[in-house]
Design a protein around this ligand. Structure first.
Ligand code: CP
Length: 380
């Protein structure tokens, strides 16, 4: 996509509306807001590749709390903050006083008084991650209002139980690069795949279903029995497809999702009922119970070893050559056959690399008041 044309598409009213905005779920943002965000991300990506300085937020603190492991998102947060001239600081959430019972609103107030933006990953416990982020944001906003502090301190969801917005927006940006005429009419398979490594969160398939249906794509979600997703996210996907002219269908066979697909996104997630069992065990801080639930989840996964993205299934896709996507890390030999992964190794790396520019765009739209003007300066 030509970055100059994306700059021309920036709407000053939409940019004004995004000033100070947090991103907690993509469905909280309108489609024009998402288009504007990605236009900013494309512009930042082009300027970054051209080696232009992008330090729009010099000397600000970009603090991030991770309650789960991360390679890509953590480094994208650090890379995005550093490119903008911010100081990134990333903390293991379990090392904070949240572990000792400090509430999310208290935590928000305490972090918000020092930080200029806050990223959070809290993805393992259904019903908790997104709620935690909203309470942290309330703590920050209440503190700023009570002290007459005019700073904008946006909260960026770096993966919760419901959505993984910086991932799905990076995926959308990558899909648009590969399908420059748009997603309208494209068939995209989002499928469960076998994993022996751990019971993965539900947020990536949920986020993809909610987001890609907004752009006219025909999204087919496939999974074995027992691996359903949160119903409200599926309802959002159905509603989005009705508005966009796309579609959202569910299938019980991976082959049905792959048949005729332009792009495939096969990845694992945990069995729904066991993900729910985790909630009480986590509240009780019962580590033995958590381990026992995890073992049962992996045993359940193992009954579906045939759910793999292999050459036979890729041959079912449009022209036998669909674009393979994965948020990474992929279980090679389980979720995806080694030869398929090898063929798409650079593709998935390029997909992953979009996240740094999505995060930069989120921080820039929320925090730089004269962003359109500043971006024009970057283009020269
Ligand atoms: N895809 C993704 O979010 O990767 P990490 O878990 O490594 O951040």
């Amino acid at each position: 996509m030509d970055p100059t044309s994306t700059l021309a598409a920036l709407d000053p009213d939409i940019l004004r509306g995004l000033h100070g905005r947090s991103l907690l779920l993509t469905r909280d943002w309108t489609t024009p807001e998402i288009d504007t965000l990605l236009a900013v991300a494309s512009r930042l990506e082009a300027a970054d590749r051209a080696g232009r300085p992008l330090d729009l937020l010099r000397n600000e603190l970009g603090y991030a709390l991770f309650f789960d492991n991360s390679t890509r998102t953590r480094s994208a947060w650090a890379g995005g903050c550093a490119r903008l001239g911010m100081h990134p600081v990333i903390v293991d959430g379990s090392s904070t006083q949240v572990e000792h019972g400090e509430t999310a609103t208290e935590t928000g107030a305490m972090l918000g008084m020092n930080a200029h933006a806050l990223g959070i990953r809290h993805d393992l416990i259904l019903g908790e991650g997104n709620r935690f982020m909203r309470e942290v944001k309330r703590g920050i906003d209440d503190y700023l209002a009570a002290t007459g502090d005019a700073r904008k301190v946006p909260v960026v969801n770096l993966q919760c139980d419901v959505d993984h917005p910086t991932q799905t927006l990076a995926d959308l940006m990558w899909l648009r690069e590969r399908f420059p005429e748009g997603l309208k009419g494209r068939k995209i398979a989002v499928s469960w795949a076998y994993s022996p490594s751990y019971a993965k969160p539900l947020s990536v398939p949920q986020g993809l279903a909610m987001l890609l249906t907004r752009f006219g794509a025909h999204v087919t979600l496939a999974h074995p029995e027992g691996y359903r997703l949160m119903e409200d996210t599926l309802e959002s996907a159905r509603a989005a497809a009705r508005v966009s002219g796309g579609s959202f269908t569910e299938a019980s066979a991976m082959d049905d999702a792959f048949a005729g697909a332009d792009a495939v996104y096969p990845k694992s997630w945990g069995p729904y009922d066991l993900m729910l069992e985790r909630v009480a065990a986590n509240r009780a801080r019962d580590k033995a119970k958590m381990a026992e639930i995890e073992a049962r989840a992996l045993a359940r996964n193992a009954a579906h070893r045939d759910w793999i993205c292999d050459e036979r299934r890729m041959a079912l896709t449009r022209g036998g050559d669909a674009l393979y996507l994965h948020c990474l890390p992929a279980d090679i030999g389980a979720e995806v056959a080694p030869a398929v992964m090898e063929r798409h190794r650079v593709n998935v790396a390029r997909e992953a690399n979009k996240k740094v520019h999505v995060i930069m765009a989120l921080l820039a739209v929320a925090k730089v008041p004269d962003l359109a003007h500043r971006l024009e300066g970057l283009a020269r």
